[in-house]
Ligand binder design. Structure first.
Ligand code: NAD
Length: 444
């Protein structure tokens, strides 16, 4: 079976490599010539555990190809996945489908026989139907089907998520398309993953509903943490206490600096926009968007308060820049809001992230870079933990504190426990727990 994947980003690369691993002949197409050249030179443009090897092995086996030539990739393809970006549209909150429609037009021009065109990008309800009309309008002469097949992988565990999904969702209107998709996913379904066939609209809504619900849990636990800070109580214990309720569960109940990344921020906005447009306002999701924006915008104030109102003149070490651990993705990362606010307030910032590159974002212009968490902390007035990288969990906190000008930590991921901090000189501010004073003050 020949498969084309349009868009070689986080989703397209992982999907393409996994499909090649199943033995299909896969052509990943991207209009970014630099990216394609990098991939063809054996360099992987994103950080995703295991992806280098998967891509290398499948290229060696001759099953995985990277190209800018969409026409050749789509010719004779049994299936064409659209995995291009769907960012927030400039000027409003809806998803910008310009890349999707451009890809659909290019695919239409290249079709030379029956093929299933599959949206793997996250697209608003109604998109599959529109694409079907678009392609039919451009190519009344060819046989094709459209299917909506949202992707649920998470960056950082993307390969495992693709290969072992909780479910596969396919919206389609044709038995022939279902058969193609059934065959493509057979290596996954045979190990037990449910394959849900549904209509276009339900498939598209399932993706937004899942992301909207998870974002809502994060906004909920963040506000609960704020409440704990005001009235006493420890969010870690409170979250555990509710998470043990089997109707609730433990996932997505960890407070943080506000969700970021390439999905939750834009997908919650797009869901709210769709609901407004449809005349069924989703006030819960509107509130989640507002709460998360406020949380990220409030990070600077949270830090400034620790310094009695302003961090001016302080040297601040930031541990972690990516929006979450195990990825280099900076899209909508809290660091992009906090760091410019700190530098604008005349704080000097030094950052360390295990994988984010120095020229990762214009927001980082002018900051210093360290080669390790210890380097970053040396001589600093405060350490701020922004990303929950595992390597930060095992830091020698005593050593870290000793190297600092003032041993102050603002932990926006709640990585450390009272027990770990008990023998250190740290004054420790975290989320939804009471501030811990240094050991000398505690014993005084
Ligand atoms: N990143 C995730 O964790 C994730 C998870 C599930 C779903 N999604 C969804 O998948 C889609 C892609 O996300 P991503 O993170 O992979 O985006 P990305 O920005 O990393 O990659 C998109 C790629 O598409 C290419 N592209 C855009 N238009 C093109 C065209 N017309 N022809 C060829 N190439 C084109 C871009 O150059 C880019 O390399 C989005 O809709 C996103 O919401 C993302």
């Amino acid at each position: 079976m020949k498969i084309a994947v349009i868009g070689a980003g986080y989703v397209g690369l992982v999907s393409g490599a996994c499909l090649a691993e199943f033995g299909f002949d896969v052509f990943c197409v991207d209009h970014d010539g630099k990216k394609v050249a990098e991939l063809n030179a054996g360099r992987i443009p994103i950080h995703e555990t295991g992806l280098d090897k998967l891509i290398h092995d499948n290229r060696e086996a001759g099953r995985l190809h990277f190209t800018m030539d969409l026409k050749a990739a789509v010719a004779k393809a049994d299936a064409v996945f659209i995995a291009v970006s769907t960012p927030t549209r400039r000027g409003d909150d809806a998803a910008d489908l310009a890349y999707v429609h451009k890809a659909a037009a290019d695919i239409a021009a290249a079709l030379d026989g029956y093929s299933v065109i599959i949206t793997k990008s996250t697209v608003p309800v109604g998109t599959a139907r529109k694409l079907k009309a678009q392609i039919r309008g451009l190519r009344p002469d060819v046989e094709f089907d459209v299917a909506a097949n949202p992707e649920f992988l998470r960056e950082g565990s993307a390969i495992g998520d693709f290969l072992h999904p909780d479910r596969i969702v396919v919206g389609s209107e044709s038995k022939r398309a279902q058969d193609v998709l059934r065959k493509i996913y057979q290596p996954i379904t045979q190990s037990g993953a449910p394959l849900i066939f549904t209509d276009f609209e339900s498939a598209e809504l399932i993706k937004y509903a899942a992301n909207g619900y998870l974002a809502m849990r994060l906004a909920f636990v963040n506000q609960l943490a704020d409440l704990c800070e005001k009235v006493g109580g420890d969010i870690t214990v409170v979250a555990q206490g509710i998470g043990h309720d089997q109707r609730i569960g433990h996932h997505y109940l960890h407070p943080g600096p506000g969700y970021g990344g390439s999905c939750f921020p834009k997908d919650t906005r797009a869901l709210a926009a769709t609901a407004r447009e449809a005349g069924a306002p989703f006030s819960l999701i509107e509130a989640v968007v507002g709460a998360n924006d406020k949380r990220k915008a409030g990070l600077f104030q949270r830090v400034a308060q620790v310094f009695g109102g302003t961090p001016a003149g302080k040297r601040i070490a930031i541990l972690g820049l990516a929006f979450k651990a195990e990825t280099d993705d900076l899209r909508d990362a809290p660091a992009l809001e906090l760091i410019p606010a700190l530098t604008a307030a005349s704080a000097s910032v030094v950052a360390y992230d295990p994988v984010v590159s120095k020229n990762g974002a214009p927001a980082f212009a002018g900051i210093d870079w360290a080669d390790s968490a210890y380097d970053a902390a040396a001589g600093a007035d405060a350490v701020i933990v922004l990303t929950e990288w595992n390597e930060f969990r095992g830091l020698d906190l005593g050593k870290l504190a000793k190297s600092m000008r003032t041993p102050l930590m603002i932990d926006l991921r709640n990585l450390y426990s009272a027990g770990e901090l008990a023998k250190t000189a740290f004054t420790y501010h975290s989320l939804g727990r009471q501030t811990m004073k240094p050991v000398t003050e505690r014993s005084a």
